[in-house]
Design a protein around this ligand. Structure first.
Ligand code: GDP
Ligand code: MN
Length: 361
């Protein structure tokens, strides 16, 4: 049993992360998109859907980040679509380059050796993953906020989102929210779990008593099952990444070079940390209509394990109707085999439908 701390306390102090939301019309929150100039069209389409499903009700700010300057054309077109304030930031060079302890020849060789793995030969993809893992929350435009919602170009929001998810997270004292989850390609992270175990051995006092490590390891810490929250969608409290524990965790992984000598994604990095170092009740499945190619999350009803199939079907139909879902409900991925949704449900004593019968679709 690796992920067990017998002491009944929560090492990350989140006591001042939550506010009395009845005192404010909206949360101190922003959307954030890391995006390239040549993704303008895809970004605009995402914004259009996102505004229609959610943000037209709240007008939250939206921070756009890029490793090169945004063009005036990009800035003008985006500003016209975002209903809150749109802000545009340049990623500082030192957050998007090689740290001095990285052997760049070894990194170049890794890109050759990993040519047959998705993004394996890409240098920019590695800078991107390292940035999302360790730096986006340190950008000066992000410093004023408590919450963020990550939105990527080409993602879709095909249903109305009935609640202010930031408020929901705050009011229910949740720190990290996801919609889609799935298994990582093992070839991109051969040493990641070993690094995590080593870090954990050095800091067993960082493990909360009721953690969610069972979501990432189904054999008590022997192996990583690859399950990760898909980080193209995240609604989370920025203090999580600002915590001393995460800072040390990121530095530890960074020093070991896996962002460059392998191809560590920010999704498994965020997910392993959140699952192991947060109490499980701080992590929440946000069941909204969402698409990031090639997978959909369809808001099927999720109920306690004792719910009947009829009840689930009835509630699911109500959700589709009330949320105006604009797609075929049968494409849901969360209840599918390659997803980790079912593991999440069973660990939380929840259940959902496997699929919606054809006649109801
Ligand atoms: P995938 O979802 O893993 O296939 O990766 P994406 O290509 O969607 O990249 C993830 C996010 O990072 C998206 O929001 C991209 O727009 C952004 N991104 C990826 N590479 C770069 C880059 O080199 N520069 C900038 N500015 N954004 C990038
Ligand atoms: Mn993407």
């Amino acid at each position: 049993e690796v992920f067990v701390n017998p002491n009944h306390y929560d090492p990350i102090d989140y006591s001042n992360w939550w506010v009395d939301s009845s005192k404010t019309p909206k949360m101190n929150a922003t959307m954030v998109s890391l995006v390239r100039n040549n993704e303008l069209g895809d970004m605009l389409r995402s914004i259009e859907q996102f505004e229609a499903s959610f943000n037209h009700k709240y007008h939250y700010d939206w921070v756009f980040l890029n490793d090169v300057e945004f063009t005036p054309r990009f800035i003008k077109a985006i500003k016209e679509k975002v209903s809150g304030e749109a802000k545009f930031g340049l990623v500082p060079k030192e957050h998007w380059s090689y740290p001095d302890f990285i052997d760049q020849d070894k990194a170049a060789q890794a890109r050759i050796d990993m040519q047959n793995i998705i993004y394996g030969s890409s240098e920019s993809y590695r800078f991107m993953c390292r940035y999302q893992s360790g730096f986006f929350w340190r950008h000066e435009l992000m410093l004023d906020y408590d919450w963020y919602w990550r939105v990527e170009p080409s993602t879709k929001y095909p249903c109305d989102i009935p609640d202010d998810l930031f408020k929901y997270m705050n009011d229910n004292q949740k720190a990290y929210g996801f919609t889609l989850s799935l298994h990582e390609y093992e070839e991109t992270i051969p040493s990641l779990f070993d690094s995590v175990l080593n870090f954990t051995n050095e800091h067993p006092e960082y493990i909360p008593h009721k953690n969610f490590a069972s979501f990432v390891s189904e054999d008590q810490g022997e192996t990583y099952n690859g399950c990760h929250y898909w980080s193209n969608f995240e609604v989370a409290n920025l203090n999580l990444w600002r915590s001393k524990q995460y800072g040390e965790f990121f530095d530890y992984l960074d020093q070991r070079g896996g962002f460059f000598y392998e191809r560590h994604g920010d999704a498994p990095v965020h997910s392993l940390f959140a699952s192991i170092f947060l109490p499980m009740d701080k992590i929440e499945y946000l069941n909204i209509g969402y698409y990031h190619g090639p997978f959909w999350n369809i808001p099927y009803a999720v109920e306690s394990i004792s719910a009947s199939e009829e009840d689930l079907l009835e509630k699911t139909k109500d959700k589709f109707t009330s949320q105006n879902c604009q797609m075929d409900p049968r494409v849901d991925f969360t209840s599918n085999g390659f997803s980790c949704g079912n593991l999440y449900f069973s660990l939380n004593k929840l259940k959902s439908l496997k699929t919606v019968p054809e006649e109801d679709a």
